[in-house]
Every structure is written in C-alpha cells, then in structure tokens.
Design a protein around this ligand. Structure first.
Ligand SMILES: Cc1ncc(COP(=O)(O)O)c(C=O)c1O
Length: 419
C-alpha cells in the first residue's frame, strides 16, 4: 500500500505565503476541528513574549497559550533541560517498577510550592486528567458519591471533569455523566452550605475562575468552603490548572487566602510548555491508590522530558523572581486597564484579576476587538464561559514596556470602537 502524502516538497519553490496557505488547508482537512472557520495564522516560532507566524509576522503574546508559557516561550533553560533529558531517555518506566529521578525532582518542587501538609503528588499530563484523578481520589477516600461544583466552572472534558464543568450545552450530549453533581453559584457561601452534605465526597473549586471570566471571589469564600467541608466531612479540591505556577503572583492562587485545601490539581504551566499535570495531596491519602494495587494508572503521566522541563521552569520562576514580578507588573497592567476604562466607561466596563491573570469586560461583542488587536500585532483571547470577557495572561516574564505597548494598542482599538 502506498501512502499519498500531499504538501510541498522540501525543494519547493513556493513562497512562505503559499506554504502557509497549504498548511492552513490541510490542517482543516486532516485534523478534527472543534470550531468552524478559517484558522488565523500558521505558527512559525515563539520566543519569550512573542509568537512569529510562518510568514514572518511577530505578535506580542498576551495569552501564553492559555496559561502555559508562564516562563515565556522557549526559555533557554527549559530548552536546554529538554534537550539534555531527551538525549538521555524519554520514556522507560513500566507502571511503578522503576525510579524516575526527574519525577522526584519536580514533585519536590511542587510540594515546596504548595507548603504543608502537601507532601506527595500523582503525575499526569493534562488538567482534565488531574481533575479526573482528584475526583477518583476523593470518592475513594470518603466512600461518598456526590460532588459540589460551581456555575461557570471549567475543569476539562473527560467524563469526570466534564461532569463537574458547568456549561450545560457541552455536558448534555454526553450524558449520562457522573450521577450526583450539584452546581451552585460561584462566590455564594449560603448556596454552597445548602449543597454540601453528608453524601458529598468533595467540593471542587477554581480559587479564581478562569474560563468563568477571571472572577476573583470574596475574601470569605474559600475559607468558608473549607469550613463547610470540615463540617460535612467532605474534601476540598482546588483546581489550580489555570492559576498555578505563579500566574496570580503566588505559586497557587488559593494562597492569596488563608485556606488549606485537601487536594490541589495543577497542569498547563507545570511542564514549562510540555504536558505535565499533578494532583497534590499527602502520601497518606495517596496510599488508597495502592489498595488494591494499581487503582489509578497512566503510561505517559510524569513523562521524564516533561518533568525535566517542569523542574527548569520552576527554577526559572524562583531565579528570576517571577512571583514578585507578576504581582508588580500585574498591578501596572490593571492600573492601565482601569485608566482606559475611565476614558471609555460605556465600552470597557470592568477590570479583574490578580498578578498576571487578568481580564477586562466590554459591553459589546469582544470578538471584533480581539481580531483588531491581532491585526495590530497583539494576541489576546476570550474565555469559554463568559461572553464579553477579554482574557489577558501574558508570560510572567513580560516587561513593563511590553505591557505599555499592549495598553497603547488597546487604546487605539477602543478609540476606533467609539469613533
Ligand atoms: C481551571 C481549569 N481546569 C482544567 C482545565 C482542563 O485542562 P486541560 O485542557 O489540560 O485538560 C482547564 C483548561 O483550560 C482549566 O482552565
């Protein structure tokens, strides 16, 4: 059997534009699509806070690939760690038989970031997998069937993670999902108090809602959930998939409040750009996965190359002081956004966030604004569960000058919208 591989030959005399168009067409034909329409550009390369398309146009990246490139794209220390690791070995392990030193190194760092009582992790690859494992862990530990989750929450698309994710149009076609999930309004302790009961295995909550619109809760919300869980004998799972690894100016966003969750899930930025996720809890809790042995398994979770990248990315955050930098530059960014809001009070109606996890809200359809920003060389994005929200989450290495450039471009676009 011969395989007909289409596309430009290496010796092709096609222009960069023609090559890009060819990839654009084949991408849509060959890859399962989940949004209609023409793709925006073909990725060429990325470095620090910039992305360059295949035709050589460079953009300021205010998205970090949705919170992945926290230390910037292709940080030299991450690239070196990946190259060194992949040249030694990429994957050898067979379900718990061998020791993977890179896994030990990355978990040492993650539990240090989480602080006591966290002393152990289960490594995976994606956010959905981490939440899936957290749901299984809490169900098995408590022997209870029910989960309490929040309106506008997003925890991923595998069956368990989807079951605790809010948007009904994305859940209904896949039902039956997990049977006992109760959604309550975010930041509403009274509603949570009515839902958390003796059947509840866990409350799963984003400490700041990401896809819900970068919503920062009231100061009493997370500590209040902790108390409700304690009273009901339920566990508190904090989903830090989007907000972890320094995004909010702390290692984990829940650390802005005086609250100790039972379980933390993290992914996205954890692998420095490679797929790495973790469930953080205690060794005592994880013992349940050995009873019976092999109660939870993954082949690729904690892949050594991803772990090496994660170790390098963690060390970059420490060495470059990126938590303090995210706090400081994030304040500067929000002050600039608020100033633009004062100039355009009918258009830019709200500014939210912590650290470099920010959003602003517009009173009109946000999509044309996002597209115009891109025409002017700045990548911003929307969120899944809140129309009108524009998400701003640049790499944590962004400079003030780059933030100011972003604000200048936004000022131009807002000016055009009100003209
Ligand atoms: C808070 C949160 N949890 C879980 C997920 C799912 O992560 P993944 O897409 O890696 O499965 C996301 C993805 O955006 C997220 O924002």
């Amino acid at each position: 059997m011969t395989t007909d591989i289409t596309g430009p030959a290496p010796t092709s005399t096609l222009t960069a534009h023609e090559v890009a168009e060819d990839y654009r067409d084949r991408f849509v034909q060959r890859l399962s699509q989940n949004v209609p329409g023409r793709k925006e550009f073909v990725i060429g390369s990325a470095s620090g806070c910039t992305v360059t398309d295949a035709e050589g146009r460079t953009y300021l990246d205010m998205t970090s690939g949705i919170g992945v490139a926290n230390v910037g794209h292709c940080h030299p220390k991450v690239v070196a760690a990946v190259q060194e690791q992949v040249a030694r070995y990429a994957h050898v392990n067979v379900y718990g038989r061998f020791v993977v030193p890179e896994q030990v190194e990355v978990v040492d760092r993650l539990v240090a970031a989480a602080g006591p009582p966290f002393d152990a992790a289960y490594l995976l690859s994606t956010g959905a997998e981490a939440n899936e494992a957290a749901l299984k862990l809490t169900r098995k530990l408590t022997g209870r069937p029910k989960f309490v989750a929040f309106e506008r929450a997003y925890h991923g698309r595998s069956f368990g993670a989807l079951s605790v994710s809010w948007r009904e149009e994305w859940r209904r076609p896949f039902e039956p999902l997990l049977p006992e999930v109760e959604f309550v309004p975010y930041d509403d302790l009274a509603a949570a108090a009515r839902a958390v009961d003796g059947r509840t295995a866990a409350v799963i909550v984003e400490p700041i809602q990401g896809e819900g619109g970068i919503r920062v809760p009231s100061d009493d919300f997370l500590p209040g959930l902790r108390r409700l869980c304690d009273d009901a004998g339920a566990l508190l799972v904090v989903d830090e998939v989007q907000g972890g690894m320094g995004r909010s100016g702390r290692w984990f966003a829940h650390q802005h409040w005086d609250v100790r969750p039972d379980v933390i899930t993290t992914a996205k930025a954890t692998g420095g750009g490679l797929p790495l996720a973790a469930v953080l809890a205690t060794a005592e809790m994880f013992a349940t996965f050995s009873d019976p042995p092999l109660s939870h398994l993954t082949t690729m979770g904690g892949n050594p190359v991803a772990c090496a990248a994660g170790v390098a990315a963690y060390d970059v955050i420490v060495e470059e002081g990126l938590l303090a930098h995210a706090t400081e530059v994030g304040e500067h960014l929000r002050a600039g956004l608020r100033a633009l809001g004062e100039q355009h009070p009918d258009l830019l109606v709200d500014v939210r966030g912590k650290g470099l996890w920010c959003a602003f809200e517009v009173s009109v359809d946000a999509n044309p604004l996002v597209a115009r920003m891109q025409e002017l060389g700045v990548l911003v994005g929307s969120v899944l569960n809140q129309a009108g929200t524009v998400r701003i989450m640049p790499p944590l290495v962004i400079t003030r000058a780059q933030v100011d450039h972003f604000l200048d471009v936004l000022a131009t676009v807002l000016g055009e919208s009100t003209a």
